[in-house]
Design a protein around this ligand. Structure first.
Ligand code: ADP
Length: 527
């Protein structure tokens, strides 16, 4: 109830000012309220209301046994639009706050009964405002106001709404969580250098890569010690350049890390940025690290492959072109010369080499595109192997020993298995410069046929064995120069895998190698 008469009492100076709420308090019909006319209010109530009205900090007061309410302009926005304001003024606490009364009444009672003032930070107290129940966060303190008789007169609430801060904090927190998730999923290392202290903070993954202790902060020097000797100076220069005043702060460098704990090497790409203050001084230098070992080594292998392939293709083309030039001259000068068939033969051999190399390259493309189709037939595996050896060894330069089965009918793609045998026997010959003997064994059980091609050549370093069937992979062969593209075993392995078979090798350096593969005998076994 609001009267038209402004308040004119001897106590009116206590209720001066206070903006909108001051006016509402002065206009309020207190005579008809439980508190009675302000003229009769206790000194403590008048003083407290006066403090509330003059404060720019949000304040709220519950007074008397009915907990009658006062609040100031600073508090007023917390009541929102179309909500409790202005009805909350002069209202009983219980009538105003039914939705949170069970939460706040015990706090009020504790304070009134002589307990410590309360302190709550960023507490969620949903209130009804703006036509709905809203999640509102508050930092507030309840303190007792004692009246002049020494009894508790009311509870003063000094509070501030922190909804926006809490929501911003939650947003930052969830963005941070998302970022951490992305860093985790992308297998990234992260680092942050404090240029003033030279302390280096990094995530666990980076510590593992560098072999650093689990400490929270690490001296930059320790991290730098884990950079491979050959790269260290280059990385230090890149760091200095990014942090130099006048630089754009960008940092991107690829280097090798050698774990300080176990010496494991990995190639990493570091990307970061130095941030400068207004005086051009770096205040932060941070970024991420990505393990690029695999990409880098593929890339390196690809580069090697291109150079090997160019060389491999050029050699037969050069010989072929030389043979043809000689033939052209002979055709003019001496067409019946007995050198003609020799050069025709040479030209034909080189042409075959070229066809073979191009076949390998085309096969790789087919494998990559998933187009290596199989044409399954029934045939004698032993017969195929013997034909293949005859074809490879027309002049009986090599001594082939056929062990095991004399005949073995299987279902498979004849042409593709022939291709595998050409690769394995061709390698057995190529990588055995000092030995002419090659043992070929065919065995079988109920389900599988197994073929072993054993040579007594240079053998293979055990460390290289796991990569042998990779595309473009070639082993550095103890000072020997062997031609090849590093594709034969890759293609063979794909062919055998497509047949649901397995391929492998046992080898000892200096003693030779035993390449083997097995295949299902029956076409119903998985084909
Ligand atoms: P390449 O064209 O280089 O011969 P392959 O894929 O056939 O390619 O073989 C890959 C590598 O495996 C070869 O470069 C060679 O180092 C090694 N290798 C293959 N077969 C043998 C073998 N019988 N003895 C020793 N090393 C071999």
């Amino acid at each position: 109830m609001i009267t038209n008469n402004p308040l004119h009492t001897t106590n009116s100076h206590y209720l001066q000012g206070g903006g909108e709420m001051g006016q509402l308090i002065r206009d309020f019909d207190w005579d008809n309220s439980v508190l009675g006319s302000p003229e009769d209010w206790s000194q403590s109530l008048l003083t407290t209301v006066s403090i509330i009205l003059s404060s720019k900090f949000p304040m709220f007061l519950w007074w008397g046994p009915q907990l009658i309410q006062f609040y100031n302009d600073a508090y007023r926005p917390s009541l929102g639009q179309n909500g409790k304001h202005p009805k909350a003024l002069g209202q009983r606490g219980e009538d105003c706050w039914p939705e949170i009364w069970p939460v706040i009444k015990p706090l009020i009672d504790t304070v009134l009964e002589g307990g410590e003032s309360t302190w709550s930070e960023n507490q969620l107290i949903p209130i009804y405002r703006n036509n709905k129940l809203e999640d509102v966060y508050w930092t507030f303190s309840y303190s007792r106001v004692t009246d002049e008789t020494g009894t508790p007169g009311g509870v003063l609430v000094i509070c501030t709404e922190t909804t926006e801060q809490v929501q911003s904090y939650n947003k930052i927190q969830s963005a941070k969580n998302e970022l951490e998730f992305a860093i985790e999923a992308a297998d990234l290392g992260t680092w942050d250098l404090d240029p003033k202290t030279n302390k280096f903070i990094c995530n666990d993954r980076l510590k593992e890569w560098f072999g650093l202790p689990a400490d929270e902060e690490i001296a930059l020097e320790s991290a730098v010690a884990a950079i491979a000797d050959e790269d260290r100076e280059r990385v230090i220069e890149a760091i200095k350049k990014s942090m130099a005043s006048g630089s754009d702060g960008n940092y991107n460098v690829i280097y090798t890390v050698k774990s300080l704990k176990d010496g494991t090497r990995r190639i990493v790409e570091a990307t970061g940025r130095a941030l400068f203050d207004t005086e051009g001084m770096v205040y932060q230098f941070s970024g991420i690290l990505q393990d690029v070992t695999e990409e880098y080594q593929l890339q390196v292998r690809k580069d090697e492959f291109i150079s090997v392939a160019s060389h491999e293709l050029k050699t037969p083309i050069t010989s072929l072109s030389a043979s043809i030039q000689i033939l052209q001259k002979l055709v003019k000068s001496n067409p019946t010369s007995d050198k003609v068939p020799v050069f025709v033969n040479k030209a034909s051999n080189n042409l075959n080499k070229l066809i073979h190399l191009l076949d390998d390259l085309l096969n790789v493309t087919k494998i990559q595109q998933g187009q290596l189709a199989l044409n399954i037939n029934r045939f004698d595996l032993v017969e195929l192997i013997k034909d293949c050896c005859e074809h490879i060894n027309p002049l009986n330069e090599y001594e082939f020993a056929f062990l095991g089965d004399d005949t073995l009918m299987i279902y498979a793609d004849y042409r593709r298995i022939d291709q595998v045998m050409i690769n394995l026997i061709g390698n057995a010959i190529k990588y055995s410069p000092q030995s002419k003997r090659i043992e070929i064994t065919v065995m079988h059980d109920d389900e599988r046929a197994t073929v072993c091609v054993r040579d007594f050549g240079i053998g293979i370093n055990p460390q290289k064995l796991p990569h042998l069937f990779d595309r473009y992979y070639r082993v550095d062969a103890f000072g020997h120069q062997f031609s090849g593209l590093g594709l034969g075993l890759y293609i063979s392995s794909e062919i055998i895998t497509r047949h649901n078979g397995k391929i492998g090798v046992d080898s000892t350096v200096g003693d030779g190698s035993n390449f083997w593969f097995n295949l299902p005998i029956d076409d119903k076994l998985g084909l």
